[in-house]
Design a protein around this ligand. Structure first.
Ligand SMILES: [Zn+2]
Length: 285
């Protein structure tokens, strides 16, 4: 489902990274928290050379700015974390667990690591008292809507044991991916916003910060409902992410909720056909 590899450019040099950072940071006023999203692993020296990582860390240390970055678990070792903490200790590290089910990790996501690898990284970070943010994926391919919701709820519960923040990320259909091919063949529908709401409501009592900002929300390629109730639900999800107040999570009366419920109940019994009937019947003839 991830198309970032298509957008990446192998000719970017380490000097380019330095220049990108310097230019971007010059546009910012004084800030408390800086997110440096590499859409990869900040701790992987092949992606971010040590010199550039140090430049970013040193900048944050000098300006008393908390730094959030992400990494795959295999780069999280006592040595790499000590190296970071030597320069800057106000950090939060984001790990893309996606699913706490090894079968989903392997067959739906092709993630290349197991839940144990995530747990090992969590242990290192907890030892070093580094705050953890965990990404949870909602509806990777080859799961029914109901399976996807159950998997995301179980993953949030697993992540909540040690994370400070949990970010729920509904899959969106990105260009050039297998998910796009399935989607074009009517074999994939990005998650319903009702499903997003369902997972958020089930997760709110885990005692951790839950955030969600669906990429492409309300559009056919992103998490969406019928088109009439999408905006109000998306607004409520953003509002909840900022405030953590459950009552902000909207549930407007909309007929499409019954359709979603039928999908949740019946999709597992259906073979063939399309999992996205609404889009199928809307298609140009
Ligand atoms: Zn609706």
């Amino acid at each position: 489902m991830c198309g970032y590899n298509i957008g990446s450019n192998a000719s970017i040099s380490s000097k380019d990274i330095s220049r990108q950072f310097t230019r971007a940071i010059a546009e910012l006023d004084k800030i408390d928290l800086l997110k440096v999203y590499t859409s990869g692993s900040f701790l992987d020296e092949c992606e971010i050379p040590v010199e550039q990582a140090d430049q970013i860390l040193q900048h944050c240390a000098d300006n008393n700015t908390r730094l959030l970055f992400e990494s795959r678990p295999e780069y999280v070792t006592p040595e790499t974390i000590d190296r970071v903490l030597m320069t800057h200790d106000q950090i939060e590290l984001a790990l893309g667990l996606e699913s706490a089910n090894d079968r989903v990790l392997r067959y739906s996501i092709n993630k290349g690591f197991t839940v144990k690898d995530y747990d090992d990284a969590v242990r290192v970070l907890t030892d070093k008292q580094v705050d953890i943010r965990t990404y949870v994926l909602l509806k990777p391919p080859f799961l029914t809507e109901a399976e996807a919701v159950a998997d995301a709820k179980a993953t949030v519960a697993h992540a909540a044991k040690n994370s400070k923040t949990i970010s729920l990320n509904p899959v969106n259909v990105q260009k050039g991916t297998l998910v796009e091919r399935l989607w074009k063949n009517w074999a994939y529908r990005s998650p319903w916003l009702w499903s997003v709401l369902d997972v958020l409501k089930a997760s709110k009592d885990c005692g951790k910060i839950i955030i969600c900002d669906p990429t492409g929300g309300g559009r056919e390629r992103g998490a969406h409902n019928c088109g009439k109730c999408d905006d109000i639900i998306l607004d409520s999800i953003r509002n909840f992410s900022q405030t953590q107040v459950e009552s902000r999570l909207g549930s407007p009366d909309c007929g499409c909720r019954e359709v979603w419920k039928s999908v949740m109940d019946l999709e597992g019994f259906v073979m063939g056909g399309t999992c996205d009937l609404q889009r199928f019947f809307r298609r140009p003839r």
